[in-house]
Design a protein around this ligand. Structure first.
Ligand SMILES: Cc1cc2nc3c(=O)[nH]c(=O)nc-3n(C[C@H](O)[C@H](O)[C@H](O)COP(=O)(O)O)c2cc1C
Length: 194
């Protein structure tokens, strides 16, 4: 893969990608789910996913949590590419700095990450394995450099087989000026708007 393909920029051309992995089950009503307290949990290396997470949190309320791997990935782009690939090949589970005390209070978890090597960064796997998400609703959102969601939603579903996974939002880099509207449309479509 050409490393230069994924120049880390903030605020590139926006592109909204919606993909539905698992349709909500008949037994579950979106309205029921939305009444539960929301958590926005995200990992971001260069800030794009963080920007999305903050906007989503402003609209959904609840709590926001940054997934911080320790040690952090290198700030050098090429070194980070190598570290990320190494972790993915090893299926590593990096340690996470902080911990959510009472995951039981959340019914809905908005889960944000950058597309790394066509899937989730391994700290997202650590996060998903670190708590019991059975019966919870996970709503993924992803910042990417052209590869949209890649395999990320499939991999999240494998790590959280007992969760409901709703349509993911994918945004090109920082999403640009249409990001607020794209988030609104996605929240509406997933039944998560307040
Ligand atoms: C280690 C690494 C791997 C990446 N792999 C991909 C990829 O496979 N596909 C893609 O579209 N973008 C890839 N990118 C680009 C990021 O997804 C993109 O820059 C994203 O906006 C970064 O989000 P962040 O600012 O929240 O870290 C990669 C970036 C890094 C640092």
């Amino acid at each position: 893969m050409d490393r230069r393909k994924f120049l880390v920029t903030v605020g590139g051309m926006p592109s909204l990608g919606l993909s539905c992995l698992a349709a909500p089950t008949a037994a579950w009503s979106q309205a029921d789910s939305r009444r539960e307290r929301a958590l926005v949990a995200y990992f971001s290396w260069s800030g794009n996913t963080r920007g999305m997470a903050r906007q989503i949190h402003r609209k959904t309320g609840g709590d926001i949590f940054e997934i911080e791997p320790v040690p952090p990935y290198s700030r050098d782009y090429n070194t980070c590419l190598d570290e990320a690939l190494r972790d993915q090949r090893a299926q590593a589970r990096p340690a996470i700095r902080n911990r959510i005390e009472n995951i039981g209070q959340y019914g809905v978890v908005f889960l944000g990450y950058p597309n790394w090597w066509a899937t989730i960064p391994m700290p997202i796997a650590s996060f998903l394995e670190g708590y019991d998400f059975s019966g919870k609703t996970i709503v993924p959102f992803c910042s990417h450099g052209g590869g949209r969601l890649g395999q990320s939603v499939t991999d999240i579903a494998k790590l959280s087989p007992r969760s409901r996974i709703l349509e993911a939002l994918s945004v090109h880099y920082g999403g640009g000026s249409s990001l607020p509207g794209d988030i609104d449309a996605w929240l509406q479509k997933t039944g998560m708007s307040t």
